[in-house]
Unconditional design. Structure first.
Length: 107
């Protein structure tokens, strides 16, 4: 089913959306390596996983026929949001567990 949707998207929108998906393969591989070797709670695994999933939104925008600038802007916004969320949640968890945390990063 996924292959069918992929082929339909490729047929109707062309190969433009593939550039982002191919470009994000290294991030996905680092995410998988970090999850397997260090565990899913590792900071790099959480951050690269969020960045990799943000590429899906950018590829959808490209598949809809919009420009690369628009797709990259959406991806940048999602990356900033994901990065700050990962840092905030990790510090809040450290605060509730009584571990060391940085108050400036929480604020």
């Amino acid at each position: 089913m996924a292959l069918g949707f992929f082929l339909a998207t490729f047929y109707y929108s062309g190969p433009s959306f593939l550039l982002i998906l191919i470009g994000v393969i290294p991030l996905g591989m680092i995410h998988l390596w970090a999850v397997v070797n260090a565990g899913k709670k590792e900071f790099i695994a959480e951050l690269f996983g969020a960045l990799t999933l943000g590429a899906a939104a950018a590829s959808i925008i490209l598949a809809a026929g919009h420009f690369y600038v628009q797709a990259m802007t959406v991806w940048a916004i999602l990356a900033i949001r994901a990065g700050t969320s990962v840092v905030y949640v990790r510090h809040r968890l450290n605060q509730t567990r009584g571990k060391g945390y940085n108050l400036a990063l929480l604020i």
